[in-house]
Design a protein around this ligand. Structure first.
Ligand code: G3P
Length: 217
């Protein structure tokens, strides 16, 4: 399973990419709005750092506007993926951009029916928001299971990109279900490393080693 960072913060992205386990980055207008500087330059920098797919989202809500913005976003760098919302206009824009060879991530997906439409429109990625579904008392990971089942029934090449992840259980469940990608905020990626028994174990190993070496110096 590929692991993407869900952030527009250059420092956080640099620190995580340096570890060597990151495959891409997703951004959205809310995330980019938090960062200083020109968003196009920031996206370009992120592409140079991660050297993998980087999603940048359109803010237009009509087809013509989405196409214009989508083509501009695609020009920023060859790693750029154009993100469009799962609306009628978004699906139409996805079909046109995908047919022109531009890779599209269809975002704000909350149902299996919506995911089916995105696949039919040639989306490269579908982004179901699991955490926001959990927030309203619906099983977010249940939606991932349904989408994977539907995509596996046909020849769809659209990759399932689990978004709005909030805890390590989302990541583990996504991997068990065979999701293609999880995108995670930096703090969640940090959590994936942690286990108290690792810390306790390492502490004991180091103390035992130190004791054994003391008399030998
Ligand atoms: O990038 C889209 C998605 O991951 C947003 O997550 O936490 O704002 O629901 P969240």
């Amino acid at each position: 399973m590929k692991l993407f960072i869900d952030s527009g913060n250059i420092k956080d992205i640099e620190a995580l990419v340096a570890i060597g386990i990151i495959d891409g980055v997703t951004t959205n207008p809310s995330l980019l709005a938090k960062e200083p500087g020109d968003y196009r330059e920031n996206l370009k920098k992120i592409c140079q750092i991660v050297k993998g797919p980087v999603s940048g989202e359109v803010t237009a809500i009509d087809v013509a506007g989405m196409l214009e913005q989508g083509r501009e976003i695609a020009k920023i760098d060859h790693y750029m993926i154009v993100k469009v919302p799962l609306t009628r206009a978004g699906i139409q824009a996805c079909k046109t951009l995908s047919s022109d060879g531009i890779r599209v991530n269809v975002t704000l997906c909350f149902s299996a029916a919506q995911a089916l439409l995105a696949a039919k429109a040639g989306a490269t990625y579908i982004s179901p928001f699991v955490g926001r579904l959990d927030d309203v008392g619906t099983n977010g990971m249940g939606l991932i299971k349904e989408i994977i089942e539907i995509y596996n029934n046909y020849d769809f090449t659209t990759e399932v990109l689990v978004a709005s992840t909030r805890n390590p259980i989302h990541i583990v469940e996504a991997a068990r279900m065979g999701a293609d990608i999880c995108t995670c905020p930096p703090a969640l990626i940090d959590q994936l490393f942690n286990h108290p028994l690792t810390n306790i174990g390492l502490d004991k190993f180091l103390k035992d080693w130190e004791k054994s070496q003391a008399g030998k110096a």
